[in-house]
Design a protein around this ligand. Structure first.
Ligand code: ADP
Ligand code: ZN
Length: 709
C-alpha cells in the first residue's frame, strides 16, 4: 500500500485533500504491519489513522471502543461516506448481531466496531479467527490503565490480541498523554516495538477567555447574542445551577435545557439527542455531559464555575470545535469558587488532597494570568508554545498597568488595622464604609481606615484585591476561614515605599465593548455568507432528520462554511469542498447546489450585488436547456453577453457542453488556425483567417478550449 492510494481514499471517502500532521506517517506505519501508539488531542483526527488503512487494505479493521453510545454514530458517519461499517455491542438484538457476524464472516465489512466486553468474550473468538483482520485499533486506549480516570477492566484482557494474532498490527489511540498511561498501554497490549506518535495538544481554533464571576448571567446573554444559532455547553458546579441557568435562558428566549445525574435517564437521553440533532442549542450541565457525544459542531463552552483542575478544564473546552472551525470559550472566575472547591477537596478526605489542592492552585493561576493563557495551558501539559497565541483574551487585549501604590497601601493598612482577621468581603466593606450589621457589631467602623476606599466600587475592589493576592502582597489563609494575611512583600509596600503596579480595571469593560463592536462591523459580504450558511444549515438539518442521523454527519460546519464562502454550483466545484467525498457528492450535491443557486438568485433579485451572479443566472438557464438566444430574450441582455458568460463559465471549468455551440469540425478548423499563428491571438485575425465564415462566439469557445487543453 502506498501513500498515494491512501490520499486517494482520503478524498474519495472523506472528501479531504490533505492528511493532517501525523496521520500520514501513522498510516505508513500500519501499512508496514507495525504497531503504533497515537496520542492526539480530541478533534485531532485520530479516526482517519485507522479508517484509511481499513478501507485501503484487504480485509477488515476491528476497532475496540468503550463508548457504546458513540459506536452507532461513528458507523453511521462511515456509511454516510460510503464505507461498509458495522458495530457489535450489547445494544443489538441477537438477530441483529447475527447479521453483523454473517457480514463479518463473508468479508462484507471494512470496519467493525466492538465493545471490549464483546471482543474478549469466548463466543466471539472463533469468529475473529475466521475473519481476515488487517488491523486492530484500540480507541480510548487510556482505559487500559488503572491509573487513569476511565479505567475499564476488560481492556486489560486485550492482551490476548497480540498473543493470538501476532501478525496483525495494533494501533492504540488516546487523547490522554501522561507518561504512566502511555507505558501502561504499551505493556498491557503487548505492543511490539511500538512507535509513539505524540501530536501537539494545542487546539488553536479554540479561543480562550476568562471573565470576572460577577453578573454572570448578563455576560452570558451578551455572549450568546452575538452567537445566534450556535450550539454550546454551560458547565456548572451544582445541579441547582444548571437548572437555574437553563430556566433563566429559556425565559430570555433561548433553547436551553439542564443536564445532570439527578435527572431520569429518559430526560437525559432526550437532552443529549436534541442537542446532537441541533434542535436544542444550549445545555447547562454538570461535568458528566459531553463524554458520550461526538458532536463536531459544538461552537462554544462556558464555565459558569471554576473547574477543579486544568485537565478537566481542557477536556471540557476541548469538546468545542472538533470540526476545526473557530470555537469560543469563556470561563467565569471568582474567589468564592476557589473557596468552595477547596472545601470540597478538604471534606473529601481523599489521600491525595495535597495534589488536588495544588492542581486547583494551578487552575487559579491560569484564571488570573496576565500572560498568554495558552502558554500556561500548554506548559501545564509539558508543551512549549513559542509565540503568544493571539487567540486568548490576554493576547487580544494586553493588560495596561497603572501606579496602584496608594490603593495597595489603603487595602494593606486596613488589613493591619483589622489584625489580619477578616476575609475579602469584610475587607471591602470596611474600605467602602459599609453599615452592615455584622461590621458595626464588630466595631470595625471605629478603625482608622474605615471608609477610605469609598470612591472605588465593590466590584472593582474585588479585582484589585485579587491582583494584590496574585502579586504576593496578600495571602489567603485557607486553614483559617479564608482570612487575609500580610506577607513580607506587603510590609515593603507599607513601610519601605515599594511601588505596586496594577492592571487597569477598565480593561474588562473595554473587552466586552470591543467584542460587541466587532460584531457590528460585519461587511455585506460577510452577512450574505452568514445568511447562506444558515440556509444550508437548515437544509442539512432537514436532510438529517429525514434519515434519522445527526446533522453533522451529513456535512460538518467546516464544509458548510466553505460552501457558503465559495458557493459551488457545479459538481466539479462542489466536489472540491473539503468533506465532500464521492458518496456525499452523489447523495447531497444536487440539493445543496440548488439551495445555493436559489439563494444567490434571490439575493440578486433583492438587488444585492453578488459577484458572478448574472453569469450564474445564465448558467442556471443553460442547465435547464435554454439556448443562448432564449436566454438573451428571457433575461433581456444581448446574445453577445450570454456568450460572454458561457465562455467564461466554460473557462472556469463549469460543465458547459462546448459541442452545443461549436461542432467538432468547426473546432478542429479553428484550432488549426490558432496553431498557425503566433500569440497574442487576436479574434479579428482568426476571424479573417477563417474567411469571416465562422461567428465570433464560436472562435471564443475554441480559444477557451485551446487554453484549457
Ligand atoms: P478525534 O477522534 O481525534 O477526536 P476525529 O477523528 O473525530 O478526532 O476528527 C475530528 C474532525 O477532524 C472530524 O470532523 C474529521 O472528519 C476531521 N478530520 C480528520 N482528518 C482530517 C483531514 N486530514 N482533513 C480535514 N479534516 C479532517
Ligand atoms: Zn494567548
Amino acid at each position: 500500500m502506498t501513500v498515494a492510494s491512501a490520499k486517494q481514499a482520503l478524498k474519495k471517502y472523506f472528501g479531504y485533500d490533505q492528511f493532517r500532521s501525523m496521520q500520514e506517517s501513522i498510516i505508513q506505519r500500519i501499512y508496514q504491519g507495525k504497531d503504533a501508539l497515537v496520542l492526539m488531542p480530541t478533534g485531532g483526527g485520530k479516526s482517519i489513522c485507522y479508517q484509511i488503512p481499513a478501507v485501503t487494505m484487504e480485509g477488515v479493521c476491528v476497532v475496540v471502543s468503550p463508548l457504546i453510545s458513540l459506536m452507532k454514530d461513528q458507523v453511521e458517519g462511515l456509511r454516510e461516506n460510503g464505507v461498509e461499517a458495522a458495530f457489535l455491542n450489547s445494544s443489538l438484538t441477537s438477530s441483529e448481531q447475527q447479521s453483523v457476524e454473517d457480514d463479518l464472516y463473508n468479508g462484507n465489512i471494512k470496519l467493525l466496531y466492538v465493545s471490549p466486553e464483546k471482543i474478549v468474550s469466548q463466543s466471539f473468538f472463533p469468529l475473529l479467527q475466521q475473519a481476515n483482520i488487517n488491523l486492530f485499533a484500540i480507541d480510548e486506549a487510556h482505559c487500559i490503565s488503572s491509573w487513569g480516570h476511565d479505567f475499564r477492566p476488560e481492556y486489560k484482557k486485550l492482551k490476548f490480541l497480540k498473543q493470538q494474532f501476532p501478525k496483525v498490527p495494533i494501533v492504540a489511540l488516546t487523547a490522554t498523554a501522561d507518561k504512566i498511561t502511555r507505558r501502561d498501554i504499551v505493556r498491557q497490549l503487548g505492543l511490539q516495538e511500538p512507535k509513539v506518535f505524540l501530536d501537539s495538544f494545542d487546539r488553536p481554533n479554540i479561543s480562550l477567555m476568562v471573565r470576572p464571576g460577577q453578573k454572570k448571567f448578563e455576560q452570558i446573554i451578551d455572549f450568546l447574542r452575538v452567537r445566534p444559532n450556535q450550539a454550546g455547553i454551560i458547565y456548572c458546579l451544582s445541579r441547582k445551577n444548571t437548572e437555574e441557568v437553563a430556566s433563566k435562558l429559556r425565559k430570555s428566549g433561548f433553547k436551553a435545557s439542564a443536564y445532570h445525574a439527578g435527572l431520569p435517564d429518559k430526560d437525559r437521553s432526550k437532552v443529549q439527542e436534541d442537542f446532537i440533532k441541533d434542535e436544542l442549542e444550549i445545555v447547562c450541565a454538570t461535568i458528566a455531559f459531553g463524554m458520550g457525544i461526538d458532536k463536531s459542531n459544538v461552537r462554544w463552552i462556558i464555565h459558569y464555575n471554576l473547574p477543579k483542575n486544568l485537565e478537566g478544564y481542557y477536556q471540557e473546552i476541548g469538546r468545542a470545535g472538533r470540526d476545526g472551525v473557530k470555537a469560543d470559550t469563556m470561563l467565569f472566575y471568582s474567589f468564592r469558587d476557589v473557596m468552595v472547591l477547596r472545601d470540597i477537596i478538604q471534606n473529601n478526605n481523599s489521600e491525595n488532597e495535597a495534589v488536588q489542592l495544588s492542581k486547583l492552585e494551578r487552575m487559579q493561576q491560569y484564571a488570573e494570568s496576565l500572560i498568554c493563557r495558552r502558554k500556561i495551558l500548554l506548559n501545564y501539559f509539558s508543551e512549549n508554545l513559542e509565540n503568544d497565541c493571539g487567540n486568548c483574551d490576554v493576547c487580544k487585549n494586553p493588560p495596561q498597568y497603572f501606579n496602584g501604590t496608594v490603593i495597595a497601601q489603603k487595602a494593606l493598612s486596613a488589613v493591619v488595622r483589622l489584625q489580619e482577621r477578616v476575609g475579602v468581603r469584610m475587607l471591602i466593606d470596611v474600605l467602602r464604609g459599609s453599615r452592615r450589621q455584622e461590621l458595626l457589631q464588630l466595631q470595625y467602623d471605629k478603625i482608622k481606615t474605615y471608609g477610605i476606599g469609598g470612591d472605588i466600587s465593590a466590584f472593582d475592589w474585588q479585582h484589585l484585591i485579587s491582583q494584590l493576592i496574585n502579586l504576593g502582597f496578600l495571602e489567603i489563609a485557607y486553614d483559617q476561614r479564608n482570612v487575609l494575611k500580610l506577607t513580607p512583600a506587603s510590609k515593603e509596600v507599607l513601610f519601605e515605599g515599594r511601588k505596586v503596579n496594577l492592571v487597569k480595571l477598565a480593561d474588562i469593560k473595554q473587552r466586552q465593548e470591543a467584542e460587541k463592536a466587532k460584531v457590528k462591523t460585519k461587511t455585506v459580504r460577510e452577512r450574505v455568507r452568514d445568511e447562506l450558511f444558515e440556509a444550508l444549515r437548515e437544509l442539512r438539518r432537514s436532510l438529517a432528520t429525514k434519515q434519522g442521523i445527526p446533522p453533522y454527519l451529513v456535512f460538518s460546519d467546516a464544509s458548510l462554511e466553505e460552501m457558503a464562502a465559495k458557493r459551488p454550483l457545479t459538481e466539479f466545484d462542489f466536489s472540491m469542498i473539503s468533506g465532500v467525498g464521492e458518496k456525499k457528492l452523489k447523495q447531497y450535491g444536487a440539493e445543496f447546489m440548488k439551495a445555493i443557486l436559489d439563494f444567490v438568485s434571490k439575493k440578486a433579485d433583492e438587488g444585492v450585488k453578488m459577484k458572478g451572479v448574472t453569469q450564474l443566472q445564465t448558467y442556471q438557464m443553460y442547465k435547464r436547456g435554454f439556448s443562448a438566444e432564449q436566454i438573451a430574450m428571457e433575461r433581456d441582455i444581448s446574445e453577445q453577453t450570454v456568450y460572454d458568460h458561457l465562455v467564461q463559465l466554460y473557462a472556469k471549468d463549469k460543465d458547459i457542453d462546448i459541442k452545443r455551440f461549436v461542432s467538432t469540425k468547426e473546432l478542429k478548423l479553428i484550432i488549426g488556425v490558432i496553431r498557425s499563428i503566433t500569440p497574442p491571438f487576436k479574434l479579428r485575425e482568426i476571424y479573417e483567417a477563417l474567411n469571416e465564415e465562422i461567428p465570433y462566439h464560436k472562435i471564443r469557445f475554441a480559444l477557451a478550449y485551446f487554453y484549457k487543453s
